[in-house]
Write a protein that binds this ligand. Sequence first.
Ligand SMILES: [Fe+2]
Ligand SMILES: [Fe+2]
Length: 197
Amino acid sequence: MQKLTLDSANELLRDKMKNRNLQRHCFAVGKTLVAFYDYYRSKGRDTGTLSRDEWEITGILHDSDWEITTDNPEKHTLMLLDWLQDYETPEEMLNVFRSHNNKITHLREPETLLEWTLECCDELTGFIVAVALVMPEKKLSAVSTERVLKKFKQKEFARQVDRTQITQCENKVGVDINTFIDVTLSAMQRESDLLGL
Ligand SMILES: [Fe+2]
Ligand SMILES: [Fe+2]
């Protein structure tokens, strides 16, 4: 049994996923979940039993098997859950992964604050990257929440991104969409080097 730490999670990700942009998506979600952990704590909300580092680890690992399972989406998260049998992984984190590809695996409906936050920010981080890439500077620093919202309303822009998955934040985590974008965008901007944008 290995300990699941930020280091060992990063090592597992880099071992199983080679595409730099896919890795960056995982890092972006990890940093975003940390930002939400801090945001919820600042509001006195219950973040459950997982630590701040464990929120980040959850983000880093949530898609770690995606490169391998791209052609077999029904295996996405099942493979990760299998790998994690070699690690001391808290049940609450395993549940997040069970809920992550739930539309296909039917393992678990998202329920906790972390599960719903992942569900909503997963698509949003990709959307923010798409917005950054159409800015003349191609930098996250050039993106604003207003710009993201404006693009959000243009159906033709990044049309593969499911807007409703993101706007569920209002009902499922009780955060309005402006704030939800704010927290996510700021987290990504702070990590622009790591995200290569
Ligand atoms: Fe995924
Ligand atoms: Fe993802």
